[in-house]
Ligand binder design. Structure first.
Ligand SMILES: Cc1cc2nc3c(=O)[nH]c(=O)nc-3n(C[C@H](O)[C@H](O)[C@H](O)COP(=O)(O)O)c2cc1C
Length: 457
């Protein structure tokens, strides 16, 4: 991706036609492919012993609408029912806490032995609706439902107060949350060791309650992602300069789950990874090891690729690629036109942000053998034209499955519209107004305030 000074100027999405958008992409010299034959997105894809029915996925979006025990609430059912009626072949369920004390909100989903029957009911309910929709749309294979399991790490909240559980100190990240280095704790090696066990138990429970796969979340500044860059963590088997140490927690869990879950089974063990976060060395991941860089730091994928190779060797055949730490600088994870209230507009064209995500993803895809499936992120900014880019990337084998986050909140029927009409309905598309992120920041129920009457007021 070559650098161009005009990438560093913010400009909102003003493109009325596909031609306008293509012209801007050309003017900025961005590598964003377009392909008119969106039917390519209807092709199924083989993963291990099963098929994912089509190339569209719902990305995980926390709804903060669980019941106090962590089981799905009325609005959780509503959100997933809407996704299930939309026709995506894969639904990637939102960040679900591995225990009550590592939630980022009192209404985050938590999977426990005690509420597992309620999760079972929920998964079965959503699966039935999803499969009925897929049949109506002519797909022969069943949906794939994956649960994302997380420890919120630095973004934990306890008893209504921010309680960061950090891998290391970094004042910038504390400041971005209105905190200081004194707040919260640095997690000990003993606690991490214990957490490995809990994570493994919860992944096994996810299979028991009926999910087809489980994601060991390693993105967006949460615990595992932060451990990967914990170079300044002292006297720890989980940190320091050694790459082996920093990757230990993540790979231990994957290795154990590979043995526990994948023998003779078609269960999907996966991860969502931030392969680059832009945070300058020595605090960031996927960044060049040079001192005194400013945000966004230069990209260096040596360590992310090493991890991904090891994941492949441990049997992982699906990886959901993301980037950034949205609590710090959201533009890397989700390019937008309007910041959250009190936030700032970044010094970059959001289309440049989109192309960074697409290019990082295709670099990983090119690096792996053909049987590894790569799921990409960050298409919602492209609004009604997103299908043409998703088709272009799929056609050029730069990605295998395209996952939509904010678009799915705004317009859960986007897959159906693409399959039946060849284009996403302009009147229903996400406008990247950041209201959903604002709700998340405020700890309120998350939904689309622009398109969904449930959240308009
Ligand atoms: C309100 C909100 C909640 C999110 N929750 C999650 C989450 O639970 N897990 C996760 O991996 N990503 C989460 N994300 C990131 C999205 O999955 C996605 O990567 C991001 O929005 C960019 O994709 P998009 O352009 O299609 O929206 C969230 C994003 C938003 C806006």
């Amino acid at each position: 991706m070559s650098f161009n000074p005009s990438h560093m100027q913010f400009e909102p999405f003003i493109y009325k036609s596909l031609e306008d958008l293509k012209n801007k992409v050309m003017e900025l010299h961005l590598d964003i492919p377009f392909y008119p034959r969106v039917e390519i997105l209807q092709q199924r894809i083989n993963i291990a012993k099963r098929f994912i029915p089509n190339r569209l996925s719902i990305q995980p979006i926390e709804g903060f609408d669980a019941n106090p025990d962590g089981d799905p609430g009325r609005l959780t059912y509503r959100r997933y029912e809407r996704y299930a009626r939309g026709g995506a072949g894969l639904i990637w369920f939102e960040a679900t806490a591995i225990s009550h004390d590592c939630r980022s909100n009192a209404h985050q989903l938590v999977l426990t032995e005690e509420n597992s029957d309620k999760f079972k009911e929920f998964v079965s309910y959503i699966r039935d609706i999803c499969n009925t929709t897929l049949r109506e749309l002519g797909f022969l294979n069943d949906c794939v439902l994956i649960l994302q399991l997380n420890h919120s790490g630095r973004y934990c909240v306890r008893k209504g107060k921010k309680y960061p559980i950090k891998a290391f100190q970094y004042a910038e990240l504390d400041k971005a949350r209105g905190l200081s280095e004194k707040d919260g704790i640095i997690i000990s090696d003993e606690d991490l060791k214990e957490l490995e066990d809990i994570w493994v138990q919860k992944a096994i429970l996810a299979k028991k309650v009926g999910f087809d796969g489980v994601d060991i979340k390693a993105c967006h500044g949460y615990l595992i992602h932060e451990l990967l860059s914990s170079r300044i963590r002292k006297n720890s088997i989980y940190g320091g300069n050694s790459f082996e140490n920093r990757a230990r927690f993540f790979l231990n869990i994957i290795e154990r789950l590979n043995k526990e879950l994948m023998n003779e089974s078609d269960f999907v063990l996966t991860t969502r990874m931030s392969i680059y976060d832009g945070i300058p060395y020595p605090y960031g991941f996927g960044v060049k090891p040079v001192e005194n860089e400013k945000f966004p730091a230069s990209i260096d994928l040596i360590e992310p690729i090493e991890i991904i190779n090891r994941l492949y060797n441990l049997g992982i055949r699906l990886i959901n690629i993301s980037a950034g730490n949205p609590h710090y600088k959201p533009q890397i994870t989700r390019p937008f036109d309007t910041p959250v209230k009190g936030g700032i507009l970044p010094n970059e064209n959001p289309l440049f942000g989109v192309s960074r995500l697409l290019n990082l993803t295709s670099l990983i895809k090119n690096h792996l053998p053909n049987d590894a499936i790569i799921l990409g992120s960050g298409y919602s900014y492209l609004r009604q034209f997103a299908g043409y880019i998703a088709a272009g990337l799929t056609h050029e084998k730069k990605v295998d499955i395209c996952g939509f986050g904010r678009m799915a909140l705004a317009n859960p029927n986007f897959p159906k519209q693409l399959f039946q009409d060849g284009i996403i309905d302009k009147k229903q598309t996400c406008i990247t107004c950041s209201k959903c992120s604002e709700f998340m920041k405020l700890g309120r129920n998350v939904g689309c305030a622009t398109r969904d009457p449930q959240y308009k007021n």
